[in-house]
Design a protein around this ligand. Structure first.
Ligand SMILES: Nc1nc2c(ncn2[C@@H]2O[C@H](COP(=O)(O)OP(=O)(O)OP(=O)(O)O)[C@@H](O)[C@H]2O)c(=O)[nH]1
Ligand SMILES: [Mg+2]
Length: 254
């Protein structure tokens, strides 16, 4: 990875999008900072969660004894604006443009992705020669222990469909657990509404010639709170429809 000085570890920033994640956010931030292998900051992008997620983050920012170095946490509170993809992009922009991040990672703020695995993705970009590292449930060493059989099967089906239409270089197109160099993120901005942004981002990055490496990870059950994807078959079908449409449009534009 080139950040001007090959020996200097990259300044890394993890973006956490939050919608009612009060009881997950503190532990996850502290876990990420504790496991960091580079200088590390965290940006939380909260859409005015009624459960007080933003207040919990501010509390942690004030709590000097908690183990987060001063200035290592930033909070974007969005009022009157919602959406996973725009929240992620707002966090990425702050990380790169204002905080000077060389490398940005992002993940769910629900404990389904373990803080120690962030460091593995960062290592794959910093030392492993990747431009983008993708946490993957669907390669050897990866697994999904966080979802029931129906959700796992639908996720697997969407990924099979994506591989068929877009290529087998990625196994977990819908991962949502990513580390990428800042220059990649300047060139390839996120598009879309919900999780389908991830398929779109990875495909356009590959088309632009960036090296994408998958890193296995085990998806764990959500900690506190409720899934925003939903739990019923109808919820999955509503979200899944956008994933299928995205794969279809990307395959036509190749
Ligand atoms: N800022 C913001 N964050 C969101 C929004 N919708 C979801 N999130 C966050 O995005 C992450 C993914 O949402 P989850 O509820 O975990 O949804 P999911 O991972 O697709 O579904 P599960 O597999 O059931 O966990 C979580 O950290 C959410 O809090 C939104 O509109 N705005
Ligand atoms: Mg989740």
């Amino acid at each position: 990875m080139s950040n001007g000085d090959e020996k200097r570890p990259p300044l890394t920033c993890t973006v956490l999008p939050t919608a009612n994640e009060r009881d997950n956010v503190r532990g996850l931030i502290l876990g990420i900072l504790r496991h960091a292998i580079t200088p590390h900051r965290v940006v939380v992008v909260d859409d005015d969660s009624p459960d007080g997620t933003g207040d919990a983050v501010e509390q942690l920012m004030r709590d000097n004894g908690a183990g987060a170095p001063p200035g290592s946490i930033r909070l974007i509170r969005r009022v009157g604006e919602r959406g996973l993809t725009t929240a992620l992009q707002a966090g990425i922009d702050l990380a790169i443009d204002s905080m000077g991040a060389d490398l940005v990672t992002w993940m769910d703020c629900d404990m389904s992705m373990l803080p120690a695995d962030v460091a593995r993705l960062v290592g794959e970009v910093w030392k492993g020669g990747a431009d983008i590292a993708v946490g993957s449930r669907w390669i050897r060493g990866g697994a999904d222990r966080g979802h029931g059989a129906r959700a796992r099967m639908l996720s697997w089906l969407i990924n099979r469909f994506a591989q068929q239409m877009l290529g087998r270089q990625i196994r977990d197109y819908t991962s949502g657990f990513i580390a990428a160099r800042a220059d990649v993120l300047r060139a390839v901005r996120l598009r879309g509404d919900y999780g389908e942004y991830c398929i779109d981002f990875l495909v356009r990055a590959i088309q632009s010639g960036y090296r994408v490496h998958e890193v296995p990870y085990v998806c764990m059950p959500r900690g506190a709170g409720e899934s925003k994807t939903g739990a019923t078959l109808w919820d999955y079908l509503v979200k899944g429809r956008k994933y299928v449409a995205t794969v279809w449009w990307l395959s036509r534009s190749r």
